[in-house]
Design a protein around this ligand. Structure first.
Ligand SMILES: Cc1cc2nc3c(=O)[nH]c(=O)nc-3n(C[C@H](O)[C@H](O)[C@H](O)COP(=O)(O)OP(=O)(O)OC[C@H]3O[C@@H](n4cnc5c(N)ncnc54)[C@H](O)[C@@H]3O)c2cc1C
Ligand code: SF4
Length: 544
């Protein structure tokens, strides 16, 4: 018997309830209400609740929030205004204070939890009449006969490991709309398919990424200073590996601490999670955290490609917004307000289209044009050479960053190119294994006890959401040539090499996955395929 598929019709579907998707939803409803229109807008979110899969630093530049909610922005959970910025170069024993680079100054900004801000924005959107469906992952793009985007399908629920229906089976729904906005964040798996299908990155550099590992602590230390924003470069990363740490002092003795590692690193023995644990043993950081308690952990990839990697933003039937397109400004470490701004621009473009047209699957070209003329792209252009300059090492990178910021002010007559991160690993035989210190359970921890803090849950009896396109490569290439880098870069210990009489084999503990997307990005042969598990599965971050 053929199963009937339930179809729902909307004016606009938004995939992802992050700052980009929620800002688009709010602004489109605001415009509709202002012009006495009643648009049906729906937001799908794969996390069990809004904010469950949100992880950021986060220092917020509030300018776009003020633009979105001019009279209500102060009601948002903006935990504390930034009072001071400090920037350090770390060596293993010392912290050398340097002048804070101009782009990293945070006057007028706030330290926040992005998860909490998203919950606030979701409430606002719902009060305006937006329909938000947490626990529903968009699992497939629906195309019409002409190959234009017609909407998305949510995944079936209640399919077992073998692909058979269980008693809990509920078929996914088909959601159709005049426009579908992809706001999936960094390395969205449907957005990646859209970029490929419509060749949106032709003539651009590949997108590049970093992995951010973050912990929240409550501290009881004289070094705690609410409102202080600290950034470091250097140790524990070697001079050829891009990255740096952030330490944000929130109210109520809370500190958010994290390490971002550029995923263009070359040594397959590097383990970003262990680098983060090592970072905390630095005397400067140890004295802040000692006596405190780690209360949360998480990890997520972030986009670093900037201007060179920005794809075309529209395609027949939809648009890319936020990190799904890649608006994060790396030198400023700011992606939230650019994501929100792109959502607002997309909402304007949708509104102007919907006023006059009812056809599904059309391309709204004005969005891309508006964004490229706006501060969003102009700012990205000015800093375009800073991140790729670090491919020449930390000190050359810092020198080039100073040249671009203070001398040419972004108008150097050249543009450095980006290279895909999965191409940057060196064969293991040419690299030195890294001996990381053992965790002490007080300041430093292992991966499994860390994953425990993410409240991650996946229904175990479901088809694996992490698959290998060619299973033989796991041993023939990854193990034999690169010493299985996935067992190190995955911050949730999903990948393990099991030795048995018949030789080594890769075990994938998919239920631990915290949806950081690193394996999808960094696997040297692009052999790991990440899809969305059953909606609601994954981490359940609170206040990250
Ligand atoms: C460690 C770290 C520190 C950072 N620090 C800062 C900072 O201090 N300041 C700053 O401005 N920026 C910072 N950023 C960047 C900033 O967080 C991002 O640029 C911003 O969150 C992008 O917003 P977004 O809405 O595009 O995507 P996201 O915030 O990633 O939201 C995407 C949402 O879509 C959902 N989703 C994805 N796929 C699907 C699907 N198929 N179906 C349904 N739902 C889906 C996800 O679950 C998620 O909720 C940081 C990022 C990281 C990782
Ligand atoms: S399996 Fe992949 S996406 Fe999941 S936590 Fe590990 S690296 Fe991240």
């Amino acid at each position: 018997m053929v199963q009937e598929v339930e179809t729902m019709d909307f004016d606009v579907i938004i995939v992802g309830a992050g700052p980009a998707g929620l800002s688009a939803a709010i602004h489109l409803k605001q415009l509709a209400i202002q012009h006495q229109q009643d648009y049906k807008i729906c937001v799908l979110e794969k996390g069990a609740q809004v904010g469950a899969h949100i992880l950021s630093g986060a220092v917020l530049n509030p300018s776009v929030l003020q633009q979105l909610l001019p009279t209500e922005w102060e009601l948002a959970p903006l935990q504390i205004p930034v009072k001071k910025d400090k920037f350090y170069l770390l060596t293993s024993k010392h912290a050398l204070r340097l002048p804070t680079p101009k782009p990293m100054k945070n006057d007028g900004n706030y330290i926040i939890s992005l998860g909490e801000l998203c919950q606030f924005l979701a409430e606002k959107a719902e009060s305006l009449g937006v329909e938000i469906y947490p626990g529903f992952a968009a699992s497939r793009v629906i195309y019409n006969k002409a190959g234009h985007v017609l909407g998305v399908a949510t995944g079936d629920v209640g399919i077992n490991k073998l692909g058979k229906k269980t008693d809990n089976f509920q078929p996914g729904m088909h959601l159709h709309a005049k426009q579908t906005l992809f706001a999936e964040g960094c390395r969205g798996f449907l957005s990646s398919q859209i970029i490929q299908r419509f060749q949106l990155r032709v003539g651009k550099s590949p997108q590049t990424y970093g992995l951010g590992i973050k912990e929240m602590w409550t501290v009881d230390s004289t070094w705690y200073e609410p409102g202080l924003v600290e950034h470091t470069v250097g140790w524990p990363l070697d001079n050829r590996t891009y990255g740096g740490s952030f330490i944000y002092h929130l109210p109520n003795n809370k500190v958010s601490i994290g390490l971002v590692v550029g995923l263009d690193y070359s040594n397959p023995y590097l383990d970003p999670f262990e680098e983060m644990q090592h970072l905390k043993t630095h005397p400067k950081i140890k004295k802040l955290l000692t006596g405190g308690e780690r209360i949360a952990y998480g990890a997520k990839a972030l986009v670093e490609g900037g201007w060179q990697s920005l794809p075309k933003l529209s395609f027949p039937g939809g648009m890319l917004i936020g990190d799904a397109a890649g608006f994060l400004n790396v030198p400023q470490i700011k992606g939230i307000h650019p994501a929100m701004q792109s959502g607002i621009f997309a909402a304007n473009a949708c509104f102007n289209y919907l006023k006059k047209h009812q056809t599904k699957g059309q391309e709204i070209l004005s969005y891309d044009k508006i964004v490229r003329k706006s501060w969003l792209v102009k700012d990205l252009y000015k800093v375009r050479n800073i991140r790729p300059g670090f491919q020449f090492g930390l000190f050359t990178g810092l020198g080039l960053a100073a040249w671009e910021t203070y001398i040419t002010r972004g108008y150097s007559p050249w543009t450095l190119k980006n290279k895909a991160d999965h191409l940057s690993l060196t064969l293991a035989k040419y690299c030195n294994p890294i001996d990381y210190p053992k965790p002490d359970g007080k300041l430093t921890f292992d991966k499994l006890s860390s994953v425990f803090l993410t409240n991650t849950y996946h229904e175990e009896n479901q088809p694996p959401h992490l698959t290998l396109k060619d299973p033989s490569l796991a041993i023939n290439v990854n193990y034999l040539q690169y010493a299985s880098p996935e067992t190190r870069y995955c911050p949730a210990q999903v990948y393990e090499i099991i030795q048995s009489n018949s030789g080594p084999r890769l075990q994938i503990n998919a239920q631990n996955c915290i949806h950081c997307k690193t394996c999808d990005i960094k696997d040297p042969k692009q052999n790991i395929f990440w899809t969305s598990p059953e909606g609601g599965g994954g981490p359940n971050y609170i206040g990250m």
